[in-house]
Write a protein that binds this ligand. Structure first.
Ligand code: PLP
Length: 458
């Protein structure tokens, strides 16, 4: 079985070895991701048009398809040092329990209070807002990790933070809300009466449990109507994938240190930020023809943007006030069924990853939530960490790949992103433990209904 003794259970980097620049995957793409469009004119958005929404430096990063490495400001690197490098763990215990010849590694991003990788981008976005002299930022949060991460970053820098939290999560995760308030953020359940778009959505869908798309519309409205505020987003955007590249860069440095070459790289996919970050430098090698890797995106069967969505321009939000992005989408009016507890609820997917998937550089698969929680339980009992339901999508697929290796006897090296911990997801775990968790797969008709409402862009 595990003959080699050289590779430690946890590979850390020294502060000196930590990345000093983010990697911009777009620079190595021959076919660039399609630009964001102005929903009014149907034309690509200019920096000028984006600047009332995002702060200046982030607009630049959003539109930059060419600069390969963008320096991480010292202040951000110092903040990173409080919780980075994150460990790359060799899952020896898991391998032994599975009795698989596969070598399994995971990059664990859950070692900070937000409980996820989201802090990597939150601190960057808050830093640039502060540098521009803004008063504060607005955002949405689904499960709450992003809101928590942003609250932490804003508290650190002395920025005001207004969070619109998807109503179902606000109600199911009161503790998450309290963490954000402890860090000084104000948290409003979405849809709310505090915005025009919120009131409109409530009038059209009374009793709705909300969606990320709705919460985004509200947060954008508040940012654009309040001087000194900008909107920040925790996933999907190019800038977020850029900041999250720190995950993949660290992983690559750690692997190179021990001469490890992954065969399969797996990540869960909500809006695509952790996956885009983890695969970044590996995908770069693949795009430049220097190496080949199997890269797998894993999404919930109840919100299957890659596997059942359409590659088209769509709104990023339900209120249809945000820019249009070309992406794999289920339609901005798609709302996952209320029994869905596993996160990854966004209707679309990062434009960068969508283009790469479209061009055949990566695969995607979907898994059902009961198998996801079964994988989570197995992982918790074997490796000790209580995983976030989102991360457990990646675990579930990694277990499947390791099982395949057992059947074929192949010693593949598998790396997956363990994006966070599940301490605030105990209502979902309770459902699973009580045997009350069910699967729901949307029908073709349901998906067709929201796809039919896609905006018409040639
Ligand atoms: C937000 C989140 C995700 C999904 O977001 P991506 O942008 O797709 O990475 C996955 N895991 C955890 C723990 C999260 O908080």
């Amino acid at each position: 079985m595990n003959q080699e003794t050289k590779i430690p259970y946890k590979i850390y980097l020294t502060e000196e070895e930590m990345p000093k620049a983010w990697y911009n995957l777009r620079a190595d793409m021959k076919v660039k991701p399609a630009p964001l469009l102005n929903p009014g004119t149907g034309k690509p958005l200019t920096a000028e048009e984006l600047s009332p929404i995002f702060c200046e430096e982030l607009v630049k990063q959003e539109l930059d398809n060419d600069t390969k490495f963008i320096e991480i400001p010292t202040e951000i690197r110092d903040f990173y040092k409080m919780f980075r490098p994150s460990p790359l763990v060799r899952a020896y215990c898991l391998e032994e329990k599975l009795n698989t010849p596969a070598k399994i590694y995971y990059k664990f991003e859950g070692n900070n209070t937000s409980g996820s990788h989201k802090l990597n981008s939150a601190i960057a976005q808050a830093y640039y807002a502060k540098k521009q002299g803004l008063k504060g930022v607005t955002t949405e949060t689904g499960a709450g990790q992003w809101g928590t991460a942003l609250s932490m970053a804003c508290a650190y820098l002395g920025l005001d933070c207004k969070v619109y939290m998807v109503k179902v999560s606000y109600e199911q995760k009161p503790f998450r809300r309290e963490v954000m308030r402890t860090y000084g953020a104000s948290v409003v359940p979405s849809p709310s009466e505090t915005t025009e778009v919120g009131r409109k959505i409530l009038a059209e869908h009374p009793g709705t449990t909300g969606s990320l798309g709705c919460a985004i519309s509200e947060a954008v409205e508040v940012a654009t109507k309040n001087p000194g505020y900008r909107y920040v987003l925790g996933s999907v955007l190019n800038q977020v994938l850029l900041h999250q590249s720190v995950i993949g860069l660290e992983t690559k440095i750690a692997m190179d240190k021990y001469g490890i070459k992954p065969d399969i790289i797996i990540g869960c996919a909500g809006g695509g930020s952790n996956l885009g970050g983890l695969i970044g430098p590996f995908m770069g090698e693949k795009l430049r023809g220097e190496a080949d890797y199997r890269i797998i995106a894993v999404e919930p069967a109840s919100c299957p943007s890659f596997t059942r969505g359409t590659f088209a321009y769509d709104f990023c939000d339900t209120g249809m006030i945000c820019p249009l992005a070309k992406m794999y989408t289920l339609g901005s009016s798609f709302i996952p069924s209320a029994n869905h507890a596993g996160g990854l609820r966004f209707h679309g997917m990062s434009s960068t990853l969508s283009q790469l998937y479209h061009d055949g550089y990566m695969e995607a698969t979907s898994v059902e939530q009961t198998e996801v929680f079964k994988a989570a339980e197995f992982f918790a009992r074997t490796e000790g960490i209580l995983p976030a339901p989102e991360s457990s999508h990646a675990i579930c697929q990694a277990l499947k790949e390791a099982e395949k290796c057992k059947e074929t006897g192949e010693e593949k090296t598998i790396v997956f992103g363990l994006t966070g911990t599940g301490y605030f997801d105990l209502v979902a775990y309770q459902k699973y433990n009580d045997g009350e968790m069910t699967d729901y797969i949307p029908t073709d008709e349901e998906i067709a209904q929201s796809i039919a409402k896609l905006p018409h862009v040639e």
